[in-house]
Design a binder for this molecule. Sequence first.
Ligand SMILES: [Zn+2]
Length: 448
Amino acid sequence: MHTLVCNGTVITPSKVISGGGVLFHDGVIEAVGREKEIRARFAGGRGGKARLSLINAGNRIILPGFINAHHHLYSTFARGMAVPGAPAKNFIQILEKLWWKLDNELTTEDVYFSALVPLLECVRNGVTTIIDHHESQGLQIGVLDILRQAVERTGIRAALCLGTSDRYHKGWEGVVENARFLGQLRRKPSRLVSGMVGLHAAFTVSDETLAASVAVAEEYGAGLHVHCAEDLSDQRDSLAKHKLRVVARLKKFAALGEKTLLVHCVHIDEREMNLIRASGSRVVHNPESNMNNAVGCADVLRMMGKGITVGLGSDGMSSDMLAQMRCAYLLQRHDQRDPRIAFCEAPAMLLENNAAIAATIFARKLGKLEAGAPADITIMDYVPPTPLVRDNFLGHLLFGMVDAAVDTVICDGEVLLRDKKFITIDEERICARSRELAAKFWKRIASA
Ligand SMILES: [Zn+2]
């Protein structure tokens, strides 16, 4: 049966259509436009007899599902966790005292439930596509299958990878796991799940592991997903060990390219930006995370000015992409003390650049409401208090919709959330089990 999402303002996002509708069938959008015209065409084309299922948007806003270009689903159990000893005073200490301890202790069930919780939060925030970067040094082989089960249980779209690292001398496991998972997807492609080749960061990856990961990416036509110059320590390490800056080292190993995601790029110089631009690699900005870790502010406007595609991620901080967008906007203004900037660029990172990145990674048209794109649709509970047209849509997005609730979420034609309630998922039961597991996990961490 065909489904028509109707009675709303459709934001495609290149067009704003009041009295709009989105018609889809078998998970794919067939028509976007004025509701009256879609209905007339549908009835005319089928002799007026075909049945049409309706999802009434209640005069609210109909948008493409949002995309998160860099997430860490596994970070859930850090929420509220006590970190023993003196507070971490720099980025390396944050990794050593918190994240590396945490990811080393995750069990199979921990990985599954710590992923389910933020996946549900993605849905609650209208996010239908994520690019995840997983780390669990204590559980690597087979771990991407566990994440895949959580993703398929939730029903959103995800590109998965394991962040390979030599920090505990287990880099080979990461290479093997990424290759195994990509091989599995090649044999049996999925509508929702895709894969990448993850690397933690240049400073924890040996030349051998880097070369092996690039070989896996080439073999499967997959992209590399790596943290890049998040902190100045990454550059210092690269210069000391390899006599090269981080991006130059990645280039030396043929790790750059259109499918490569370079996450953060807070501490890259002009020459590195030019290398990124020439290679077509994409950068993912994570403003909330950068502020939280006090690593600095990436010069994303300069990168975008050079023609680099800069997308937006949450880095596991949250699953709310509109919040990341507003943070990106505020951070640039604050950092550069210029109230004229970032009004267009911050929304472009989320709506245009994440769509371009996802289209490359998933080999599908994503982040757009148009014929032929998957039916990934978010209805926001936002009733504009002032006129909303194409020319002022960004003002509504940055200052209104950013605080609005998400009412309905559809991914690949499946309704996941309706009237702010999950259709097939018992959210309370999942959170209850997550709390039980986290409590046990915290005890293990404390005694580790
Ligand atoms: Zn990250």
